[in-house]
Design a protein around this ligand. Sequence first.
Ligand SMILES: Cc1cc2nc3c(=O)[nH]c(=O)nc-3n(C[C@H](O)[C@H](O)[C@H](O)COP(=O)(O)OP(=O)(O)OC[C@H]3O[C@@H](n4cnc5c(N)ncnc54)[C@H](O)[C@@H]3O)c2cc1C
Ligand SMILES: NC(=O)C1=CN([C@@H]2O[C@H](COP(=O)(O)OP(=O)(O)OC[C@H]3O[C@@H](n4cnc5c(N)ncnc54)[C@H](O)[C@@H]3O)[C@@H](O)[C@H]2O)C=CC1
Length: 501
Amino acid sequence: MANRKEKTFRFIIIGGGIAGVTCVEQLSSQIPSADVALITASPHIKTVTNYRQVSKTLEEFDVEEQASSVLEEKFPNLTVIHSAVKSLHTRSHSLETTDGRVFGYEKLCICGGGRPKLLTQENPYVLGIRDTDSAQELQKRLSKAKRIVVVGNGGIALELVYEVEGCEVIWAVKDKAIGNTFFDAGAAQFLIPSLEAAKPEKDTPCKRPRYTTEEPAPGGSHTFTADRNARRQGSSSTEAGSALGPDWHEGIVLQGSEQGTRRVSLEYQCEVEKIFTSEELLNSPPQTLGHENVGSWPVYIKLTNGKTFGCDFVVSATGVVPNTEPFLHGNNFALADDGGLQVDDHMMTSEPDVYAAGDVCTACWEHSPMWQQMRLWTQARQMGWYAGRCMAAQVLSEPIELDFCFELFSHITKFFNYKVVLLGKFNGQGLGSDHELLVRCTKGLEYVKVVLSGGRMVGAVLIGETDLEETFENLILNEMDLTPYGEELLNPNIDIEDYFD
Ligand SMILES: Cc1cc2nc3c(=O)[nH]c(=O)nc-3n(C[C@H](O)[C@H](O)[C@H](O)COP(=O)(O)OP(=O)(O)OC[C@H]3O[C@@H](n4cnc5c(N)ncnc54)[C@H](O)[C@@H]3O)c2cc1C
Ligand SMILES: NC(=O)C1=CN([C@@H]2O[C@H](COP(=O)(O)OP(=O)(O)OC[C@H]3O[C@@H](n4cnc5c(N)ncnc54)[C@H](O)[C@@H]3O)[C@@H](O)[C@H]2O)C=CC1
């Protein structure tokens, strides 16, 4: 293998998603003379634009899918290689791509992302959503659908059930309340009425690239067009594309085959017992079917609450698994329980000179008490940026400390058309019974929850335009004893910002 190396780069980064591209940008800016290669299976790369630091740890940005030439023009020593990495040989510091090329590296960063953790593999009626191709497939199948079943209770399910119109949606969740990865039952109760209300008209155009499906191009692939002059050739479904992110649903039409608005029925506290095709169902006892007619749907799903639903397809919105498989064999990577590549506080894996960042890795350093890993866009950017800095620091023999962004978990997003801000241990994660909650809720307007432990604020959920994020972030970071303020902390008649100035 060593003799076949086409070229040895100082740095190779695998993955053209947010983590990989941010890592490349950081390395290329810090050591412009270094030869850097970005190897990515996806035809386009994802770049962060309009980055805005909202407060000390909260950040907002747009994401654009771009041609890799844009990055190569910016960094003359960068080479982008569009191929998937097939095998990695950490002992010889080399890797091989699926098109048979072999490259050497001095330092490597793996940013291969994740893939949907599907309920069942290889079932054509069970879809996952990860990249532009899978979102397009969803759109296509939905346009002919009368009923779908969405399984899962995290980010994708929350977005999907709110956006889909013209199609009945059965939403099956394991828990007692919706949105368990982001909310508690109180927040869920605040949000539920939005599922029954019509979606507000969109008065401002989407800031982010949109994609439209054109007819399949000759040769069977699809062409997707982003409205910001970016063009993207559809990749084969076997190639892993970069993950979608904020506003992914703005650019596609999530409309079923019927007229009318949203129709969601919730099935709480249940899991999937079995998924049958209509032929399989004909051979099973009729009593499993309940009120459905055999043969009227292409697929049937039996839930553990005893109900069976026929539908056009099932969306498995059941989380992600780190994309480690192609790199594992023959190496000695330590893996975390969730399957991610273990990284230390310098983003180094257990293999020498190999770093990892983004969805593919699991942060295994001793976390700050207010931070936890979630596989999110913001953390992919932060990890990619910090991995780039660590790689450069090692080459330049400079010391580097864990970045401040890992001090406090923070996330800004939107669910059911409400702004949502999550800070610290927003769901009391890891605190057991050693915490109390303060809640303020105005129906249809805002939901504010504060998590206190030992009199100090350790987390918060802010839904709506509360304008409290910066003050609460400061209170968490300052570890101020808030016992004297008691419930006044959330008194709507007190301007809390002035209170603590
Ligand atoms: C539908 C959806 C909505 C989301 N919404 C949000 C949101 O609103 N907010 C938020 O914060 N996060 C959101 N996320 C999560 C967020 O998109 C991810 O956490 C983030 O994009 C991960 O970035 P990454 O760079 O680690 O991985 P990815 O974006 O998955 O990139 C991985 C890259 O590695 C490449 N690759 C994989 N295998 C190989 C190989 N063998 N060889 C070469 N290249 C390879 C892929 O082609 C890809 O370019 C969403 C995710 C999804 C799926
Ligand atoms: N606005 C945002 O911040 C968004 C973030 N994302 C991110 O994208 C990634 C993928 O999203 P999701 O797939 O929604 O993952 P997720 O991790 O957010 O949620 C997975 C959900 O599936 C449930 N689940 C897992 N296995 C199950 C099973 N066998 N049966 C029933 N339910 C099961 C879990 O309880 C959880 O509710 C995540 O990292 C998520 O954080 C996605 C969409 C929006």
